[in-house]
Design a protein around this ligand. Structure first.
Ligand SMILES: Cc1cc2nc3c(=O)[nH]c(=O)nc-3n(C[C@H](O)[C@H](O)[C@H](O)COP(=O)(O)O)c2cc1C
Length: 227
């Protein structure tokens, strides 16, 4: 697979088939992904891969926490700003509304939106869940390294015919994850990743997000011709 095709065909899949993913395939994806660069090659990531019973127990525990006492759970790092500004606000809205529109969920249907949000905690039915952590004794720069590693996982999954969805939603429930998996006190739960086979019939998987063109986000200087 051409690198461009692997990158372009990656998308957030939010409904997976039950088809299992062998441990060897998960290991291969992680081995390839660990070729990600990191400052001073510190390789700050750790991954907890769950399938079968441990995955089910984790999902049950988080769904219970998320439905009974969600306000008690907070992430250990701030992913989103408290105050959104443009152009991010508009992009964020388009993303949310676009997804709900493909699912036929009305903007004011908070119950249906909540149900869809909770699907995060069953990894959108993916048979494999990855929980990605970062050592808190490192610094902000290591979040860059972690992001490259996470992107590698999502792109390497494409080379195996698999799809993913990165899920910051898990960061809120790090205490529940800690009850289930042996994270050390040094680890921040950065995100989850759903991994599996896309359900091609699911409407939510047909939702393709927009991107700004380089003219919007890049500045060129010193080239002979316009790109
Ligand atoms: C680190 C990270 C965390 C994310 N967390 C969630 C999440 O918790 N739930 C979800 O449905 N999508 C999540 N997403 C997916 C984004 O909404 C998605 O990447 C974005 O809308 C662009 O769409 P695309 O991935 O299909 O290209 C996350 C993406 C990233 C990179």
């Amino acid at each position: 697979m051409h690198a461009d095709d692997a990158i372009r065909s990656r998308k957030s899949v939010r409904r997976f088939l039950p088809t299992p993913v062998p441990a060897a395939t998960v290991r291969h994806i992680l081995q390839v992904s660990a070729r990600a660069p990191s400052g001073n090659n510190v390789q700050p990531w750790r991954v907890y891969a769950v399938a079968g019973e441990p995955r089910q127990r984790l999902c049950d525990a988080i769904v219970l926490a998320a439905t009974t006492d969600p306000d008690r759970h907070q992430p250990e790092y701030a992913y989103y700003p408290t105050q959104w500004v443009e152009p991010y606000l508009d992009r964020r809205r388009r993303c949310g509304f676009g997804l709900y529109a493909t699912l036929g969920i009305a903007r004011d249907d908070t119950e249906a939106r909540e149900r869809q949000m909770l699907r995060n905690y069953v990894f959108f039915d993916a048979p494999v869940g990855l929980l990605v952590t970062l050592d808190r004794r490192l610094n902000t720069g290591s979040f860059m390294d972690l992001g490259m590693f996470i992107q590698n996982i999502m792109v390497a999954a494409r080379a195996q015919g698999l799809h993913t969805c990165a899920q910051a939603a898990f960061a809120w429930f790090h205490k529940v994850v800690r009850d289930q998996l042996p994270l050390s006190e040094h680890e921040i739960l950065a995100c989850g990743i759903a991994l599996g086979h896309e359900d091609p019939a699911a409407p939510e998987n047909a939702f393709i997000t927009e991107r700004a063109e380089p003219e919007v986000f890049a500045h060129f200087a010193g080239f002979e011709a316009a790109p």
